[in-house]
Write a protein that binds this ligand. Structure first.
Ligand code: NDP
Length: 453
């Protein structure tokens, strides 16, 4: 007989064919939630799960723009407004050639639970485009962003839907998007987060996701009486999350040894110190170069090319205590997970969204290492976005220390909620179940209160 999860998933797959990342994200959540649904007939009666997997609204649109050679280019833009039970839709925009509806829906779905965990009143959404900012001039990026916002502005607003950055969308893109929004609506309002500091942005927002993932790792380590001090850390990616995770690891006395991008990875056994991190930040954020250049500057480090379609990623074979995947979804498969555990890694804190494939997650859970899923571990980014919204509403700006302290205490609360919920539902130490159930209950109860909408 098919299990309740299989039956539910068959319906989701039939209704949303070919959205494999969305199926993956839903499957993981539904598996965690079945014991909760069994205990609470009111959720089943109100069809909360069935409603949760159906976005409240999807907007898809053409984004035409003219490149530097005068040629017309056409991209596809989208925004998935997933769930507004506890607040305005909130979640990033991703600009990457791999973007499709299944990816944006998986990200939007995860965001609903993540935002529920943050303790802040924010609903879940996600958007983006198959536009690739890599290799484009600033002028081209600006024209694209202006065209993208020329449609999106109708659907977003400070009390409706507040996008932020994600892969391929950093401070530069948020600036161009905000400029166009303001021009179109003739209002200066907090419609986006991740804004520049002199026009409504919050201190610590750029740092928040990376810092938060490290705070979460530290909380997990504390449950074993340990800390990050002296721990060797493997980090993937070299973008926003990877850079600030590295900075916080250094603050807490850890030793980061790797970075990567989509072309390959570097390993620096001597450790990546602040000077080397500053080099990477300039390389990636200003010169927009490739991580390979790290070994030209620091020849004792080694570089390995990523083979497309390779069965394993050599980055995850690097010996470490702590791993922080901070690049993209499904970057750790079952073999990579086995390599990590076999080589002594016993703490994984996910800066990226869904970076570990389901079989890899099982390896982490079965080997009882400390495993913080992205939904919980990377929630610091959206949490500080929520704080940016609060500051915009009050027309006030908090200091760096105030925001960092709030971020730190939010990450401690998220860790506590996940750990306590996992324990309560019979899976102590399982942060996956803890995060899914705690996020769900907050949103589900709000949906019950608000009737069938
Ligand atoms: P950035 O664009 O700043 O950096 C992304 C990094 O990951 C780059 O080094 C990029 O390399 C690499 N990367 C991207 N796609 C791939 C791929 N398909 N294969 C290999 N490497 C890849 O993005 P962020 O740092 O903001 O985001 C990283 C992750 O963190 C994402 O999963 C995102 O969803 C998640 N996240 C981000 C938040 C934020 O606040 N920014 C909040 C919560 C989660 P290359 O330059 O070669 O593409």
């Amino acid at each position: 007989m098919a299990s309740a999860v299989d039956t539910f998933m068959a319906g989701v797959i039939a209704k949303n064919p070919e959205q494999k990342e969305f199926h993956q994200a839903v499957h993981e959540v539904v598996e965690s939630l079945m014991p909760v649904i069994d205990k609470h007939p009111e959720y089943r009666k109100a069809k909360i799960l069935e409603r949760l997997v159906e976005p409240e609204r999807i907007i898809m649109f053409r984004v035409p723009w003219v490149d530097d050679r005068g040629e017309v280019q056409i991209n596809r833009g989208m925004r998935v407004e997933f769930n507004s039970a506890i607040g305005p839709y909130k979640g990033g925009l991703r600009f990457h050639p791999s973007v499709n509806l299944g990816i944006i829906k998986f990200l939007g779905f995860e965001q609903v639970f993540k935002n529920g965990l943050t303790t802040l009143p924010i609903g879940g959404g996600k958007g983006g485009s198959d536009f690739d900012p890599k290799g484009k001039s600033d002028n081209e990026v600006m024209h694209f962003c202006q065209s993208f916002m020329s449609e999106l502005f109708r659907h977003v607003g400070a009390d409706t839907d507040v996008p932020a950055g994600d892969i391929g969308v950093g401070g530069r893109e948020i600036g161009y998007l905000f400029g166009q929004y303001k021009r179109l609506v003739n209002r200066f309002e907090g419609v986006l987060t991740g804004k520049g500091l002199n026009w409504g942005g919050s201190l610590i927002r750029p740092e928040a996701t990376g810092y938060g993932a490290v705070y979460f790792a530290e909380e997990m380590l504390k449950t074993r009486g340990e800390s990050l001090k002296g721990k060797t850390c493997v980090i993937s990616g070299s973008g926003n999350v990877a850079q600030f995770a590295t900075e916080k690891i250094l603050d807490l006395g850890g030793k980061p040894v790797t970075f990567s991008d989509s072309n390959g990875s570097i390993v620096d056994e001597e450790g990546i110190d602040r000077e080397k991190l500053a080099f990477v930040m300039e390389l990636k954020n200003v010169r927009r170069g490739r991580i390979k250049e790290y070994v030209d500057k620091y020849p004792k480090a080694t570089y390995q090319v990523s083979e497309s379609g390779a069965k394993i990623n050599p980055l995850w074979q690097v010996k470490c205590d702590v791993a922080l995947p901070a690049a993209t979804q499904n970057e750790i498969n079952v073999e990579d997970a086995n390599h990590l555990v076999k080589n002594g890694c016993y703490c994984v804190s996910e800066g990226a969204n869904m970076p570990t494939m389901p079989e890899g997650v099982n390896v982490f859970l079965e080997s009882k290492i400390l495993y913080g899923p992205g939904k919980a571990a990377n929630a610091g980014g959206v949490a500080v976005s929520g704080l940016e919204m609060s500051q915009n509403s009050m027309r006030l700006a908090w200091t760096r220390e105030e925001v960092d302290n709030k971020l730190h205490s939010i990450m401690i609360s998220i860790h506590k909620a996940c750990a306590e919920t996992a324990e309560k539902y019979g899976a102590p130490g399982n942060y996956v179940n803890g995060a899914n159930i705690a996020g769900f209950i907050k949103v589900a109860d709000a949906m019950l209160d608000q009737g069938v909408v």
